[in-house]
Design a binder for this molecule. Sequence first.
Ligand code: GLY
Ligand code: MN
Ligand code: MN
Length: 451
Amino acid sequence: MNKTNIYQQRRIALAKQMLSKTGGGIAVISTAPEVARNRDSEFPYRHDSDFFYLSGFEEPGATLVLKVSSNGQIESHLFCRPKDLEREIWDGIRLGPEAAPEKLGVEFAHSNQVLDQKLGELLADQDAIYIRLAESAEADRRLRHWMRQVRSQARAGINPPSEFHDVESLIHEMRLFKDAHEIDIMRKAAAISARAHIRAMQACKPGMYEYQLEAELLHEFRNSGAQSVAYNSIVAGGENTCILHYRAGSTELRGGELCLIDAGCELDGYASDITRTFPINGKFSGPQRALYNITLAAQEAAVAMTKPGNTFMQPHEAALRVLTQGLLDEKLLKLADYGSLENAIEAGAYRRFYMHRTSHWLGMDVHDVGSYREHIEDNSQEEKPWRILKSGMVITIEPGLYIRPADDVDEAFWNIGIRIEDDAVLNDSGCELISRGVPVNADEIEALMKS
Ligand code: GLY
Ligand code: MN
Ligand code: MN
């Protein structure tokens, strides 16, 4: 299947959902706005993931409109920036509406300057409109404008839409299941990120600064063709390893301490998300290694539970069991306080040292979209059950332990923060870790850092 067809197929799949819900209607999905950084500078532009998923189009200033008739006929309209020689000399080539149908496989393309007028026409006599609900004041303003145009034609016998539906939940359910094209890109993104982690580990020496390892990561990402980071890189030395969303800063990396790197590139619109923790001087201390091996065993337990038919929570529960047992073994938790492993888990004793979940969906967005609960019609239950894992989903598996200084904590463990994170593609029998290009075993990490 060529790339254009992938996006066409996705538009057809969305249209089918609209047909079965409301017998058709109009869907309107705009891409992300450009955002000013300061004065004349802008943040690097990143398209909206939902918009890109359906169009394959990366330029700003674009909107996709899908018109689905009750007889199943589908029209895709793309609104995009018009060709403009002056602007293109300064800012770069624009596709333009003339070339868009051929390039993107949409039936119609228009200048974004006629979006408001055209929407007034497209919404005429449509019952259902599918949009992002409560997106922004600007989006509400535009919608009011389109609706006013349709309403003003009431005396000509034209009816405005009367049903507003959330388009995101339909697209997000599709995005939760990755096709072969997406998994291929995610595999490549994970391979680049794995190489970046190796590069940073090999470059690491006591006396360097966190930002210098960040530079190593960025070098590998860009040198390998990745367009961007998927999220701000975390490069944390020493006590910073215990700050979950630390950014690479200017702390010196000291021998005897750990470095935690949580970093992944974005390639062709898809994220990777890898964490490794390693000794700055290349050799784990006894307490560091003990906690490292507990975290790795927790990850292995979670990986074993990452398979179709299990719930999203089962890998997390498996990791919690191993982490809690490890904390008891190392006397970071006192068995006497709980009586048993089960009681300690039940009491959430691990939370002091492990305060996040083990997994999240991964895809176009690092914390990707899709419901973590099953869609069931029965509303009598207070909580819907956790999502059943299925082939084609992609999740991270990232247990950790974070030991901050405290009077009741053995000083040998202070400021040890460890997280081990890999990216798993669910297949028919279990999962495949696509980020293991970088070693995870403590001995292998030591050997790599020596080489
Ligand atoms: N890097 C963000 C996360 O691991 O969830
Ligand atoms: Mn993650
Ligand atoms: Mn991460």
